[in-house]
Design a protein around this ligand. Structure first.
Ligand code: PGA
Length: 257
């Protein structure tokens, strides 16, 4: 973390978990445990059908609501999809884009990720852009090339003044939901490389101000060490964000000096 130059953001990614009723219960539990003073921003990304319930449940708390996806067109005949404007209108602040599960199961590509990033920014949302290599890619030694390609294609055509609204999440696919966390050295190496890539594209000032998260089995026991790395400015957390006490333990780790 480097709080002097950029925000620390702890974001939960609920994936396809929790009903509206369970959302309300989680918010009540979180409210009781959330520290008063927070030096990090807290975001909860929920399934789209639960956004309204989440807006209501978290309304008195300093917690922003995020979505897990959007479609890039503004409106039209796209059965089953929702637009950036629809999310914005509900009060959503962040939206996860290009999560590896969407790339793997729902045909998301670097091209659609780029279109979604543009749609999110146009609506005034903060995209959390996910990038990350598979185990095979890591073993082939092409991690950095792949990450550079993902970052560059996600940000293609994004003007510098909009970049401040973007968050990049480094999520090694082999560490997601597997209990296998990247070592802090591995995570730091790639997050630093992402910042360097942004610096080459947009210059030092913007690169210094962008929040870069780590995601992939982040939990209370490893959060402090990961967040101690200067280029890791927060976490995108799946499993450990589903229980209020575990989520708060990670928020507390981000609150340390
Ligand atoms: P995990 O998920 O923390 O359960 O590994 C992270 C993510 O997919 O964002």
């Amino acid at each position: 973390m480097n709080r002097r130059y950029r925000k620390t953001i702890i974001a939960g990614n609920w994936k396809m978990n929790k009903t509206a009723t369970e959302t309300k219960k989680f918010a009540e539990e979180l409210k009781a445990l959330l520290p008063k003073a927070k030096w990090c921003d807290v975001v909860v990304c929920v399934p789209a059908v639960n956004i309204s319930a989440a807006m209501k449940a978290f309304k008195d708390m300093r917690v922003s609501i995020g979505a897990e996806n959007l479609f890039y067109e503004k409106s039209g005949a796209y059965t089953g999809e929702w637009s950036a404007d629809m999310l914005k209108d509900l009060g959503v602040k962040y939206v996860i884009i290009g999560h590896s599960e969407r790339r793997q199961y729902f045909g998301e590509t670097d091209f659609t990720v780029n279109k979604k990033v543009h749609a999110a920014l146009e609506a005034g949302l903060h995209p959390i852009i996910c990038v990350g290599e598979s185990l095979e890619q890591r073993e082939l030694g092409i991690t950095m090339e792949l990450i550079a390609l993902q970052v560059k294609s996600a940000l293609a055509g994004v003007p510098a003044e909009k970049l401040r609204k973007c968050v990049i999440a480094y999520e090694p696919v082999w560490a997601i939901g597997t209990g296998k966390t990247a070592t802090s050295e591995q995570a730091a190496e790639v997050c630093t490389f992402i910042r360097t890539t942004v610096r080459h594209l947009y210059g030092a000032r913007i690169a210094r101000s962008i929040t870069i998260q780590y995601g992939g089995s982040m939990k209370a026991s490893n959060a402090a060490e990961l967040l101690a790395q200067p280029d890791i400015d927060g976490g995108l957390i799946g499993g450990a964000a589903l229980k209020a006490d575990e989520f708060v333990d990670i928020i507390n780790a981000a609150n340390q000096d």
